[in-house]
Design a binder for this molecule. Structure first.
Ligand code: MOS
Length: 761
C-alpha cells in the first residue's frame, strides 16, 4: 500500500510527480513478497539436475537427511498429487513441472529440501545425490539432434502469418535487393529481486507471497495444479523488484511450495538462488533471422521477406514471432514471413522485455540500414519514403503514427545533418566515430481491467485494483488518474495494488498496465462523479439545483458549476445521506467481449490492440547513437544516445522518461554486453551469475537524451495512453550495430557486438 506523500499541487495526469513508492523503496520500507513475516516458517531450497537430458535412475537422500535441521525432501517419488498443466493453459510458463524422473534440461528442479533454517536447507540440497541415465543433449543452433517445425502449426499464440502479394517475385525483380542473416543470443532477465515463494495455509485457505506480474493468473494456476477452488487461494505481491517478463507466468515452484506447506502444516519460504533462477524460470530465446528486402532505385520498397528461428524446450511450442508486428511497420509492398520453432534440450523460454518485437525489429532495422547503404541513401530518407499511415498488409489505418516526427526531432537534437555519409569518414584521432539510427516500435496493448474507487466526504480517496508495481510507477499514475478525476490532491489518494483480494487487473506485460487500469479507474471515478452531480442538480434547493449535471466539475473538495456556483462536497454527500461513495467498474476495451471480465477473474488476461482491431495501434520512436571504436584496441563506447518517442498521452513525464531511459540503457546492454553463454556439450548455462553475465554499468552510460513527442490518440482507449514501458530498448541494438558499420565499414550481424567481433571483422 503506497500512501501518497507527494507534494501538492502538481498532482494531475500529465504532471511529473515523483513516484509514490520512491521513498518507501530507498528507505527499505517497501515490502516485497519475501519480506512478509510469517510465523515459524520452514525454509526450502531447490536441488537441481546436473544433466540436461536423461532420466533419474536413483536418488540417494541419506546424506541430505542427516543434515541437522532437515525436515523433509520432496522428490518425484512423493509428489504425485500435483496436476501437470499443459503449456499455454493457466499461464503456465513450462510444461516441465514434475521433479523427474525425466530430465528435460539442465538445472531442472529435482527435489525441494525443507529445513529449519535456510542454511540447513541449502546444505542438504547440495547433498541430494542423483544417479542418471544420461543422453547427449542438443544445446543450440548447430547442435546435432535439434528438431524444427513451422511455428504456426503448434504455437498457441502465433496464428496470423502476415502475407501480402508475391514477395519472392517482387524482390527478384527489384532494382536493389539485400539478402542477409542475423543472430541474437540467449538472455536472462536477472531482476535484482530473486524469485521467491512463501506459502501459508490457514485451514483450507492458501496465501501465496510471490513476486508476480499477474496475481490473478498465479492464483488460478496454483489452484488448478493443487486441484482446489481458486477462491481458496490468495496471492500477495504489492511490490515486484524487477521482472521484465520473468514473473508473468507460473513456474513449477509455486505449487511445490504450497504442497510442502500443506504437508508440513507450517509456512514454507523459498528464495531461489541466482544461478538457479537461470533454469527454473524463463529467458529470452536465442534467434536467427533471414531477411530479404527489395526496393526501386528511388528507395520505394517493393518486398520484405522475413524468416525467423527461435529455440525452445523439447516439449513447449513457445515463440514470440515478431513478424506479426514487424510486417506492419513500413509500406513494404509485398510481404512474406515464416517462423520456425527449434526444439533443444533447454528450459522453456518466455517473455522478456519487449516481446515480440525484440529481436525481430533488431534484424529488420539492421536490414533497413543495409538497404539504405546499398541505395546510397540516408537511412532516415529511406524510412520517410516508405512511411505509411495504413497497414501494408490490408490497408487498415493507424490510430495515430508519429514516426517521422520522432525522426525529425531526434535527428535535430542529435545533429544528424553533420554526419558524413561514408563509413569511416568521421575519425577523431585514434577513435573511429559512427552514427547510426533505428526505429523503435511497440504494439499498444489494452486489456480488460477492473477497479474499485472510494471517495469520502472529507475528500480522501482509496483506489483498489490488482495491478502490479513492477518498477513502472503503477502506484503513481493510477493515483494521479484518480486525483485528477475526483479533483483532490494526490496526497489524499491511497492506492492498493498487487493482491487478489482486490478486483482484477491485467497481466503487467506488453506495456498494458497504464492504458488498461487507468481506463478502469477513470470509469469508476466517473460513476462517483455522476452520483454526486445528480444529487446536486436534482436537489430541491441549493446552489446547484436544477443545473445541468454535464456542466459540473469536482475540484478541491467542492462541486463547481461552469458559471461559478458551487457547493461543498460535504453538502453534496449530505444530500445522499452518505459519508462515502464507492464504485466498482469494469473496463472492456473496444472490440472485446464483455466475457473478458469473467476470464480475467479466472486468470486469463485477454487483450487487444497492436495489429488487431479496426485500426493499427503502435507506439513509435526513433533512436540515434554515436559509437566510438578505438582504432587499435577496438574498445567500443557509446558516448551519446538520443531517442524521441510518441506514445499517446503521457500521464507522468517523469516516470515515462525513466522507463524510456531504462529501455535505451537495456538496448546498449543488448547491443554490446548481454548474452547467456551455453556449453554446447552439456547444454548448461555458463555465466549464470551477475559477475559473469555482463550488463552496462554507470561508466558505460554517458549522454542520454529522451524527447517526448506529444501525440493525441482518441482511438486507443479512454485514457489516450499507448504504453511505453517496452518501447525504448527496441531500436537501440540496431542503431548501435548500424553505427558500428558507419564507424568501421563492417557489418556485424550477431549480437552482442564485442571487442573481439570488431577485431575479427
Ligand atoms: Mo513484459 S516481457 O511483456 O513483462
Amino acid at each position: 500500500m503506497a500512501n501518497a506523500a507527494a507534494p501538492a499541487p502538481k498532482q494531475n495526469m500529465g504532471e511529473p510527480v515523483p513516484r509514490l513508492d520512491a521513498r518507501l523503496k530507498v528507505t527499505g520500507e517497501a515490502r516485497y513478497p519475501a519480506d512478509f513475516p510469517v510465523k515459524n516458517p520452514a525454509f526450502a531450497y531447490l536441488a537441481t539436475s546436473s544433466i540436461a537430458k536423461g532420466r533419474i535412475t536413483r536418488l540417494d537422500l541419506d546424506e541430505a537427511r542427516a543434515v541437522p535441521g532437515l525436515i523433509d525432501i520432496l522428490t518425484h517419488e512423493n509428489t504425485g498429487e500435483l496436476k501437470n498443466l499443459k503449456f499455454g493453459t493457466a499461464g503456465v510458463s513450462t510444461s516441465i513441472q514434475a521433479l523427474g524422473p525425466d530430465i528435460l534440461h539442465d538445472g531442472q528442479t529435482i527435489a525441494v529440501v525443507l529445513a529449519e533454517t535456510f542454511e540447513a536447507a541449502r546444505e542438504a540440497a547440495h547433498k541430494v545425490k542423483a544417479t542418471y541415465a544420461e543422453q547427449k543433449p542438443s544445446a543450440t543452433f548447430g547442435s546435432p539432434g535439434l528438431t524444427e517445425e513451422d511455428a504456426t502449426k503448434v504455437s498457441p499464440t502465433h496464428k496470423h502469418v502476415p502475407h501480402a502479394g508475391d514477395a519472392e517475385a517482387a524482390i527478384a525483380a527489384a532494382d536493389v535487393a539485400i539478402d542477409v542473416e542475423y543472430a541474437t543470443p540467449t538472455q536472462h532477465h536477472n531482476p535484482i529481486e530473486l524469485f521467491s515463494t512463501t506459502c501459508v495455509w490457514l485451514d483450507d485457505r492458501l496465501s501465496v507471497y510471490e513476486p508476480s506480474q499477474f496475481v490473478y493468473g498465479l492464483k488460478n494456476g496454483v489452484a488448478q495444479r493443487l486441484d482446489i477452488e481458486p477462491d481458496k487461494v490468495r496471492v500477495i505481491s504489492p511490490y515486484v523488484g524487477g521482472a521484465f517478463g520473468s514473473k508473468g507466468g507460473m513456474t513449477p515452484r509455486t505449487a511445490l511450495i504450497a504442497l510442502a506447506a500443506r504437508r508440513l502444516n507450517r509456512p514454507v519460504k523459498l528464495v531461489v538462488a541466482r544461478d538457479q533462477g537461470f533454469t527454473i524460470a524463463t529467458y529470452r530465446a536465442e534467434t536467427r533471422h533471414h531477411i530479404r528486402l527489395g526496393a526501386r532505385r528511388d528507395g520505394k520498397m517493393v518486398g520484405y521477406s522475413h524468416e525467423g528461428w527461435e529455440i525452445s524446450s523439447r516439449p513447449d511450442p513457445y515463440v514470440v514471432a515478431g513478424v506479426e508486428e514487424s510486417a506492419h511497420l513500413y509500406a513494404f509492398g509485398a510481404v512474406q514471413t515464416k517462423v520456425n520453432l527449434v526444439h533443444a534440450d533447454r528450459n522453456t523460454p518466455g517473455f522478456m522485455r519487449s516481446p515480440p518485437v525484440v529481436p525481430y525489429i533488431y534484424a529488420l532495422e539492421s536490414a533497413m540500414d543495409e538497404l539504405a547503404a546499398k541505395l546510397d541513401m540516408d537511412p532516415i530518407e529511406l524510412r520517410r519514403i516508405n512511411d505509411t499511415t495504413t497497414d501494408p498488409i490490408d490497408g487498415r489505418p493507424y490510430s495515430s503514427r508519429s514516426l517521422m516526427t520522432c525522426y525529425d526531432q531526434a535527428a535535430q537534437a542529435f545533429g544528424w545533418q553533420r554526419r558524413g555519409r561514408q563509413p569511416g569518414s568521421m575519425r577523431e584521432g585514434d577513435w573511429l566515430i559512427g552514427w547510426g539510427c533505428a526505429t523503435a516500435v511497440y504494439p499498444t496493448h489494452i486489456g480488460a481491467a477492473t477497479a474499485r474507487v472510494r471517495l469520502l466526504s472529507n475528500g480522501m480517496v482509496r483506489v483498489q485494483t490488482a495491478a502490479h508495481e513492477i518498477g513502472n510507477g503503477a502506484y503513481t499514475v493510477i493515483g494521479q488518474t484518480a486525483a485528477e478525476r475526483l479533483g483532490v490532491p494526490l496526497s489524499r489518494v491511497s492506492v492498493e495494488l498487487g493482491d487478489t483480494n482486490l478486483p482484477p487487473a491485467p497481466v503487467a506485460g506488453g506495456s498494458r498496465t497504464t492504458a488498461s487500469t487507468c481506463s478502469a479507474v477513470i470509469k469508476a471515478c466517473d460513476a462517483i462523479r455522476d452520483k454526486l452531480f445528480r444529487a446536486a442538480v436534482t436537489a430541491n434547493d441549493g446552489p446547484l439545483a436544477g443545473r445541468d449535471a454535464a456542466d459540473l466539475a469536482l475540484t478541491e473538495g467542492r462541486v463547481v458549476a461552469a458559471g461559478g456556483a458551487e457547493e461543498k462536497l460535504d453538502d453534496t454527500f449530505a444530500r445522499l445521506g452518505a459519508s462515502a461513495i464507492e464504485e466498482y467498474a469494469e473496463f472492456v476495451p473496444h472490440g472485446m467481449k464483455p466475457e473478458s471480465i469473467k476470464e480475467l477473474y479466472a486468470g486469463k488476461s485477454l487483450g487487444t490492440g497492436g495489429p488487431e482491431g479496426e485500426k493499427l495501434m503502435y507506439a513509435l520512436g526513433a533512436e540515434f547513437v554515436e559509437v566510438r571504436i578505438h582504432a587499435l584496441t577496438r574498445e567500443i563506447r557509446v558516448p551519446r544516445i538520443v531517442g524521441a518517442f510518441a506514445a499517446g498521452r503521457i500521464l507522468n513525464p517523469r516516470t515515462a522518461r525513466s522507463q524510456l531511459m531504462g529501455g535505451m540503457i537495456w538496448g546498449i546492454g543488448s547491443a554490446l554486453h548481454e548474452a547467456t553463454e551455453i556449453d554446447p556439450q552439456r547444454a548448461r548455462y555458463v555465466n549464470d551469475n551477475l559477475a559473469d553475465y555482463s550488463v552496462p554499468v554507470n561508466a558505460d552510460i554517458k549522454e542520454l537524451e529522451v524527447i517526448l513527442v506529444p501525440e493525441e490518440d482518441h482511438d486507443v482507449n479512454p485514457a489516450g495512453v499507448k504504453g511505453l514501458g517496452e518501447l525504448a530498448n527496441v531500436g537501440t541494438a540496431a542503431a548501435i550495430a548500424n553505427a558500428v558499420y558507419h564507424a568501421t565499414g563492417k557489418r556485424l550481424r550477431k549480437l552482442p557486438i564485442r571487442i573481439e567481433d570488431v577485431l575479427m571483422a
